[in-house]
Every structure is written in C-alpha cells, then in structure tokens.
Design a protein. Structure first.
Length: 161
C-alpha cells in the first residue's frame, strides 16, 4: 500500500541521505553537481524545508518501506503563476519500474487540484519520458517551453488537474 508522508524535521538526516542518492543520479545530466570530499552529494538548502512556507518534502512509502521522496512547492515559496511544482522527485532504484512513481503522482493530483509546473533538465530523457507518459495516461493537456534555468537547459511543462 502506497503512503505519502510529510517529512518531519526529526527525519532531516534520512532525507539528506536520499538527496545524496538523488543528486548522484542527477549528476549524470549536469556538470554543476559533484561529489564532496566526504564521498557524498550534499543539498545545502535542506534546512529551508522546515523554515520556508510552501516548501514541503514528502517520503514515499510502500508497505511502510521507504521507497523515495519528492519536494512539493506551493505559494508563497513557488514564485510562479502555478499553484504547485513537483520537484526533486526520486524513487530508489530497487523500486523503479513498479508503478510507484505513477501512483504517487496520481495521489498528489487527486488531493491537490490546480495548476502545476514540472521542470526537467533537458538531458534527463528518463524524467522527460516519465512525465510525458503521465500526461498521456491521464489525458492531461500541457504546455511546454525550453528555457535556461540556473545556467542549465531545462524543459518546463505547465498544466491543470
């Protein structure tokens, strides 16, 4: 059974460990990410998740086993015209290709209606393919544009559910 749980500050260390794995995966698509001297990838902005209104990290669990996480941006943290941005979406390798990511997205959409923005690195073909599959399977009409964001070529899709 899939559950989505807001990450409490007491679990920041667990989230940091997952972020290191996520950033390792993401480093294949951008030269701006690199491993630190301690052998890990670090996400320096992690403490902001419990300080800034509208930044909400969530654990994804299946049968009480931690399988991944995502970051949901909302107003006022999301300084765009969208209501939500699903960001930093990650499923552990062991649990990929089992429908967990799709089920998670469907759960998010069923509980939070509104306008969404999704951003992918232009080179991350796996993420782009995943989101395009979601749009097709859920019959979501979306707009897409290519922009440079923080010096990185990205694709941005916007849509409403």
């Amino acid at each position: 059974m899939l559950t989505i749980e807001k990450v409490p500050k007491s679990q920041a260390g667990v989230l940091q460990n997952l972020y290191s794995l996520y950033l390792h995966d993401l480093s294949a698509y951008t030269p701006s990410l690199d491993i630190r001297e301690d052998g890990a990838f670090h996400f320096e902005e992690l403490p902001l998740f419990w300080k800034v209104e509208g930044l909400s990290p969530y654990f994804i669990k299946v049968d009480d086993k931690l399988t991944g996480f995502f970051l949901l941006l909302e107003q006022p943290a999301l300084q765009q015209e969208a209501d939500y941005c699903i960001n930093d979406f990650f499923i552990l390798n062991k649990y990929r290709k089992q429908g967990i990511a799709s089920e998670t997205v469907k759960d998010i959409f069923s509980h939070r209606k509104g306008t969404y923005m999704i951003i992918e690195l232009a080179g991350n073909k796996r993420a782009i393919s995943f989101w395009k599959h979601i749009y097709e399977s859920l019959h979501i009409s979306f707009q897409e544009k290519k922009i440079e964001l923080d010096g990185e070529p990205t694709l941005i899709q916007t849509f409403s559910v």
